[in-house]
Design a protein around this ligand. Structure first.
Ligand code: FAD
Length: 401
């Protein structure tokens, strides 16, 4: 497959301006709050987003009718990586998870009325959202078909009952996109529906903030209960029983945008390590002239370049209307592990400085580790990648027989 590596000059310019904005405006705020979003809170989010709007770099992903730049996936790769240079860069541009993935899905699936009510304020940064799919065992996790949350038809609407956890950004979100089973049994591959649930709905309750390794994503990760949560018929997003199909609309691109953002942090970590390696003198030479450190620096360069290439390849698949199931799984698995390796090597090169709070490498390490679990754990993706390859071979053998 031929892949055009060139970008429109306007997109290149947007990426440059994003890089400049993140380095000069966002990084100082990130350092001030140690990369923990709850410390800066809502005033920080509003301040950063206002500054991004003034700099003309806000909401690059949504269409112009929603106040954005309408970038396709390939162009997003360029700009999101620059935004990801800081833990708070995506928040500033309004392209952080889970809002960015939710905007993508609302743009693709929502009715005109739902777009006005939910997408417009979300794209403008006037509201936040969350995506409620995962459940405590034995419910949905790596295997979404295990979904136990149920929605039953009541006059004029639906009643949702279920238990979700690890719902990023739920605290303070204006609404949740909740995945619930409308037919079939846990274990069935179909029968799920997505519902738009307003935060004011008394049937949706946040019962706790889960303490986690990572603390940069806004609104934390929450445990949420849907208890006799009644929503009107027009709360259905798309069609009834099509939720698993729509989840793919969100998950493939959302996997890639996570990779793009975390690649930015990997580059930042590598920059910190390279600056240190160029300055620090040990055993009569620069640190960066010692072979084992050179190897770490080179391996990180290779990890960064290979991740970028795989992301680009998957984005081309998505832009051409493909499902990208295989290419996004490959890119996600590789990038999540590569980003971890790069940050870990960078910390090692910096020695005790790397472990200290004087640089943010320890914070970066905590932030990137969960990426090997969410958006599909590495093992789930490897299993699915191999299943597709072997399945294809079995089909070929049957055709040849
Ligand atoms: C920081 C964070 C934020 C999150 N945000 C959200 C959110 O906003 N909304 C939401 O709905 N969910 C969210 N999640 C949940 C996330 O999507 C799930 O954690 C993920 O799908 C894995 O499900 P699980 O945790 O139930 O693990 P399980 O399904 O219990 O899997 C446990 C382990 O089993 C192994 N495994 C899985 N599949 C296979 C296989 N095929 N073969 C061999 N081994 C396998 C893997 O090592 C995996 O880590 C978040 C999670 C984290 C950590």
């Amino acid at each position: 497959m031929a892949v055009d590596l060139d970008h429109d000059p306007l997109v290149v310019d947007l990426a440059h301006r994003t890089a400049e904005f993140v380095r000069t405006v966002v990084v100082p705020e990130e350092e001030r709050y140690g990369g923990v979003s709850a410390v800066g809170g809502e005033p920080m989010r509003l301040r950063l987003q206002a500054a991004a709007r003034d700099a003309g770099v806000f909401a690059p992903h949504v269409g112009t009718e929603w106040g954005g730049h309408g970038l396709d996936m390939r162009d997003r790769a360029l700009v999101f990586e620059e935004a990801g240079w800081s833990l708070f860069g995506p928040l500033a541009l309004n392209i952080a998870a889970p809002d960015e993935g939710n905007m993508h899905m609302l743009e693709a699936i929502a009715s005109p009325g739902q777009k006005e009510r939910y997408l417009r304020p979300l794209a403008a940064g006037e509201s936040r959202s969350c995506f409620a799919m995962t459940e405590p065992a034995p419910g949905a996790g790596s295997d979404p078909a295990a979904l136990t949350t149920r929605a039953v038809k009541v006059p004029g609407g639906w009643r949702i009952d279920g238990h979700k956890w690890f719902i990023t950004g739920a605290d303070g979100a204006a609404f949740a996109i909740c995945m619930a089973r409308t037919s079939g049994q846990p274990g069935d591959r179909g029968g799920a529906t997505m519902f738009l649930v307003d935060a004011e709905n008394p049937g949706m309750k946040i019962i706790r903030h889960i303490e986690t390794l990572d603390e940069a994503l806004f609104g934390g990760h929450c445990e949420v209960v849907f208890d006799e949560c009644v929503v009107p018929d027009d709360a259905v997003l798309g069609e009834v029983d099509e939720g698993f199909r729509y989840a793919q609309v969100r998950l493939g691109p959302a996997r890639m945008t996570h990779c793009m953002r975390w690649l930015g942090i990997a580059r930042r970590a590598q920059r910190i390590a390279v600056e240190r390696a160029a300055e620090r003198r040990l055993f009569g030479s620069r640190l960066g002239e010692l072979g084992m450190v050179q190897a770490m620096i080179a391996d990180s360069e290779i990890d960064i370049a290979a991740s970028r290439g795989l992301i680009l390849r998957a984005c081309v698949d998505l832009d051409r209307g493909g499902s990208g199931a295989q290419s996004t799984a490959i890119a996600k698995t590789f990038t999540a592990e590569a980003v971890w390796r790069v940050v870990d090597r960078s910390l090692q090169i910096c020695g005790s400085l790397g472990v200290s709070g004087d640089v943010l490498l320890g914070r970066f390490l905590r932030e990137v580790r969960p990426f090997r679990v969410y958006d599909g754990p590495s093992e789930t993706h490897r299993w699915a990648i191999a299943k597709r390859v072997v399945g294809q071979q079995v089909r070929t053998m049957k055709e040849d027989a």
